[in-house]
Design a protein around this ligand. Structure first.
Ligand SMILES: [Zn+2]
Length: 128
């Protein structure tokens, strides 16, 4: 399978998977529950293609409720949620400053923040 990014819903729409045959899952599994599931499905077949499983996701429908969808490496990567983290230093710094401002607003006082970003000095206080 190509490394196309698609949602789990789209993956299941494209492939004939009998959702009623999938095992019931917690609606919002904890990290521990997900880890236990991944250990339990080791060497079992992908719900979509039959290759060996590498991960699992929960898919919920009104008819079936939450069900485990066990996925191989390719299908797991294809349906991995896209990171919403900034991908530039400036974007990361902007998020850190925004978070510091929120904390400062909650505390009612300024929150000092200095960020080390490279060998040339502090981003906010460059070395001369
Ligand atoms: Zn697969």
């Amino acid at each position: 399978m190509a490394r196309e990014r698609i949602s789990l819903v789209e993956l299941l729409r494209r492939h004939p998977v009998d959702l009623s045959a999938l095992q019931p899952a917690p609606a919002e599994p904890t990290g521990r529950e997900l880890s236990a599931r991944v250990r339990a499905i080791h060497h079992k077949p992908c719900s979509v293609c039959g290759q060996m499983c590498a991960t699992s996701r929960v898919h919920t429908t009104p008819e079936q409720g939450p069900r485990w969808v066990d996925l191989c490496w390719d299908h797991g990567l294809a349906t991995m949620p896209v990171s919403r983290m900034p991908d530039t230093v400036e974007g990361i710094l902007a998020e850190l400053r925004e978070a510091a401002a929120e904390v400062a607003a909650e505390l009612g006082r300024p929150v000092p923040m200095t960020v080390w970003t490279d060998k040339d000095g502090w981003r906010d206080e460059p070395r001369s």
